[in-house]
Design a protein around this ligand. Sequence first.
Ligand code: AP5
Length: 187
Amino acid sequence: MANTTGLIFLGPPGAGKGTQASLLAKFYSIPHISTGEILRGAITEQTPLGQQAQSYMDKGELVPDSLILELVKERLGQPDAEKGWILDGFPRTVPQAVFLDKLLEEQNHTSERVLNLDVPDEVILERLLQRGRKDDTEETIRRRLEVYREQTAPLIEYYRDRGTLHYIDGNRSPEEVTEALKAAIAL
Ligand code: AP5
């Protein structure tokens, strides 16, 4: 993998983005930046960000861009992200992707790979109900899936058009998914 490569994980809730991003971050020694994790940390610490984000997350809605964009800019500007990074959960809308493009252009960042994990809805529901995070109730999972289809799935086309998108079948063992991801990244 080139030193300055950024990896972007796309895929519905429960597709395995966090699981795989964490493994690959260790493997490539680059930071795993999960906007969901950052927001959950802020909720636990009851910071102003957490207080504003909580009601959106509990309902399965996206938090407003005004809470997310500067946070990502600040995180990507930290020294550990100079040689590469993995974004998990960002971008999630076309305006967020446009913001990221501008940011990377300003930083003279050269390349990114977008890894789209594909998993059927019924598998997602089963996985997330078993995990049982606060936003893993059946009603909230269904809303998260709707939000994904309405607001995040258009990013597949956005990235496909520029040839940086890789489809990965996420409905198999975690080990098999990791191997498929490494193969796509090595291309
Ligand atoms: P976020 O934390 O990003 O949640 P999500 O996208 O809903 O994704 P999940 O964490 O549920 O799933 P995942 O794909 O990471 O799968 P995982 O590896 O955990 O976002 C949460 C909320 O924050 C959003 O709803 C929104 O409100 C807000 N937010 C975050 N970013 C935002 C943004 N950019 N803009 C606006 N709002 C934002 O795996 C799931 C389960 O499956 C685990 O139990 C795991 O062990 C299991 N599993 C994983 N892989 C496999 C496998 N291959 N086989 C079997 N089980 C598996």
